[in-house]
Write a protein that binds this ligand. Sequence first.
Ligand code: HEM
Length: 415
Amino acid sequence: IKKIPQDKWIDSSLALIFDGYDFISKRCKRYQSNIFQTRLMLEKTICFKGEEAAKIFYDKTKFTRKNAAPDRVKKTLFGEKGIQGMDGDAHLHRKQMFMSLMSKERIQEVGTLTQKQWHNYAKKWERMDTIVLFEEAREVLCRVACTWAGVPLEESEVKLRSQQFEAMIAGSGVVGPKHWQGRKARKENEQWIETIIEKVRNHQLEVPEISATYIFANHRDLSGELLDKRVAAVELINVLRPIVAIDRYITFGALALHEHPECRPKLLESEDYLRAFVEEIRRFYPFFPFASARVRQDFDWQGYHFPEGTRVLLDLYGTNRDPQSWDKHDVFYPERFLNFSELDSFKFIPQGGGDYHTNHRCPGEWITIELLKVTMTFLIQSINYNVPKQDLRINHLKMPTVPASGFVIKNVNLC
Ligand code: HEM
């Protein structure tokens, strides 16, 4: 048995705040190893990265998600008693509920809704001086998410609800006031959605039978019971909130178009190139930093011992940029995806890895890809705009992050 390299500090929680997305990669470099052990929030934690680490991380016989997510993430980003912390048959059954939303037709529909919203917003932008794309995308996606999922959204609520989703996302990786705003936003948002679930259950509100709202309100768990209304709300928010979170990838996509104008004509010529460009956005830019799990029972891997119950963090961002897996790992180069079967690869895991149905891999990956394709096409084909001088730096200490200016555009005209 080999000794796992140990981080030298008694507790590295502060270092995590100071190193952000680079916390695991930096230490892997320091210890010349893809794995090391540290203490986070006073708890022994094994961190690892790379394709082989991802393969073992998604072996369900080795790891469980029970009690794996930190409390601060549950109170903001995930919610309590949702799918992320489930295990075994109960997880499979709950996952099926999410996967039933992801038919080809339903994904096309969410794409069409997004296209329409962009056009509505572009008409408004023509009369505006400056537009912060990140903020506009948040509202566009909030409207899209609610319409697609069957959640009624009053015009007067759009700003409030979009801000609540953003606060839940932004509050998960920070300490201080922003974190508490995230907790408050989750509480209020859960109350809102819970009322909607109740209204659907007692027929005060009719929603389409194919919608997430209808399906989740009527879903029965393995014992045949309806979900507790709070849990149904947490799960419905697990559809709405991450659709809104695509605003970050959209902002990064606009930045990529700005910094790589040579890609523009290729994007219009070829559907394959468009897909490759979108995949490179998901590989290159930092979003979901790490996934966490616990060792289900003692096992050995590559000569290292993993004791039962230990918390483990897989570096998603570091794996997507691992020089051992990727040529020109720190260069934005969409061509790499022209001949790549990414969906069963463990080296490309921006939204997790493994099997969608049986594992914790993100069920929203196709929606994310579709909305990015629609949005990139819109930015190139449907509007002209200028990009004024601004601070486009990406702060790696903020998790999740976005370019500092939020990507400002000016002089927008519909083509
Ligand atoms: C899980 C990323 C969009 C719904 C995950 C995971 C990641 C992720 C990293 C965890 C994988 C793991 O634990 O192994 C992202 C990113 C997105 C995105 C970066 C882009 C904005 C979406 C969308 C939806 C969605 C659009 C739904 C419409 C979920 C759900 C889970 C999940 C329900 C939990 C799955 C489970 O535990 O079985 N996502 N996601 N995500 N995602 Fe996404």
